[in-house]
Design a protein around this ligand. Sequence first.
Ligand code: FAD
Ligand code: UQ1
Length: 615
Amino acid sequence: MLLQAMKAATLRNVTGPKRFFSSSARFMDAAHKVVVVGGGSAGLSVSHQLLKSGKFAQDEIAIVEPSPYHHYQPGWTLVGAGLKSREELRRNEKSLVDSKIQLYEDAVTSLAPEQNQVVIGSGEKISYDHLIVASGYVITLDGISGLREALQDEKSNVTSIYTYETVDKVFPKIDQLKEGHAIFTQPGSPIKCAGAPQKIMWLALDYWAKQGLYKKHDPSSPIKIDFATGLPVMFGVPTYSQVLNKLREERGVGGLFQHNLVAIEDQGKTAVFARPDGEKVRKTFDFMHVTPTMAPPEFLKKSTIANEAGFANVDNETLRHVKYQNVWSLGDSSSLPTSKTAAAITAQAPVLVSNLLASLDGREPTAKYDGYTSCPLLTEYGKVLLAEFKYEGTLKETFSKFGINQSKPQRAFYYLKKDFFPWIYYNNMVKGTWAGPKGFFSGIRSFSTSARQMRNTPVRHPRDPLDKNAHATRFPLMSGETFISRTPPSQASSRMSVEASDILFESTNETVNADVATMAPQLRQRHRQARGASKILDEKEIMEVQQLRQKDPYTYTSGVLAKQFGCSPTFISIVAPAPKEVRQARLAETELKKATWGMNKRISRAQRQERRALW
Ligand code: FAD
Ligand code: UQ1
């Protein structure tokens, strides 16, 4: 028994403190304060956020994860579009788990919530005080008859971004299609990232259109495209659905609504769709991108933790199990009635952590999840519509308060999707330091559900640079605030010695005007640079500037053009102002940067703003 258990245990640290051997050397079950089932987006985020609370010792948290690799699945759409490789989005699972967390490289085979235990593949039982179910979705390739065979057949034109095994075949197949009927499917049943089935379609359409292979509303177009969905709409949220349906109509894509793909026949050449009334519709195709059906894993479905649909049955707000008080769930395998995405997990994890910690302290869970989820919908190469909403499909947009229309595909969001999210995911999200639209947090000391509820977060006072400045003079105001004035570096301060003032206002060989002479050395240099760069452009040059700006306003910024033409950036923005869209995109980028500011930066920026207002 001992030998068998030891052999089977593929633990990274077999002699971890929570594994016990009695004096008779009989193998005892392992036990942990928290056991997390699944080391995917949800499992890793929540485990590391718990660890960062500082309330857990070595190996008190354990993750059970059978896969040696972790995948950044949201990037698979980009792989399908030929923008990234599937390998660059994958990491070794072990490398993502903190050494203070015990990793069981095995699968959970059954749950025993009455005994506070899970059973893993080796037969070993692991006891817990709290259990977190984060085991994701299983792709059920057999949910559509003939799909498994068609995907395995190298010669078939059936493909999918939804599995690691097939995702790298998507772009070559898109590239190979020169004419014929292309179909993109979406099942009627729930799936992860409900926007992905059409994202890959919009990108393929763009790719074919750029080569002249797809011509909208043109009967002579070599390629024709249909979007076949089991749902009655393009997207679950009406605001976005309307925009996307308009896009579909404008781009000449056929809409086969309430057409649920049930079979692939005729050696991967005919698709069979079921209509709500049971009617079967057959369509031949030359290319088909299939979104398979998905389901919770078997061990969960058959447990008493699951609801009728097989998902871990938790409260929509607290994320605690409706029956077992020490069982929690988040992510794709939870019953949470929202669109399943990694973005949703950024909002779920802090709630779960806060409530689980409260529960460990004997308090009631009070943090609430509002159903936040998001889907960055690629509508073409270079544009993304950033759908963000909560329960009931109510919009909860991060950037609309800054005047950005999120229903309109924007370039700034494209860079978010393509570059920023993959980066932040591996650098912060799986390490437990990314709270999605709320930016970074370095520890879960307390919890706040919105930027406006900062009062929930511990108050910290980062050092204000003026607080201890020897050259600052303080004026207490009637309002109770203090007005602090510091002599600018360009002025001789009353405390400045004669020698220092000589160094500051050193004379140069150049003829400088009196104003410049009184400037601090750094300012003087900038002033000279600006003056040197104040060449007046002739009409031809201005036209050239305008043309470059029009051609690519993102590359040819006023700074770049000023350098190129030897004039000032202000002059460039007067003669060739950036288009409104570009300004909006830049604003979005700035706002995004702000969204990622940490607490210290937010406070010091607010203090700076207050000082400016007082001036
Ligand atoms: P997963 O990340 O799938 O992790 C589940 C883990 O549980 C896996 O590691 C698995 O091996 C493990 N597991 C399974 N069975 C067991 C068992 N028996 N015992 C122990 N462990 C087990 N989200 C976005 O936010 N934005 C997007 O743009 C986006 N696009 C997407 C595009 C595609 C093509 C896909 C496939 C997904 C996309 N998503 C997107 C969705 C996002 O990837 C998922 O919602 C998210 O990864 C879910 O996290 P999870 O931890 O619940 O599940
Ligand atoms: C997000 O935080 C995230 O994780 C890194 C994604 O990638 C999977 C997303 O797609 C989205 C939309 C978010 C949400 C964050 C913001 C700033 C909207």
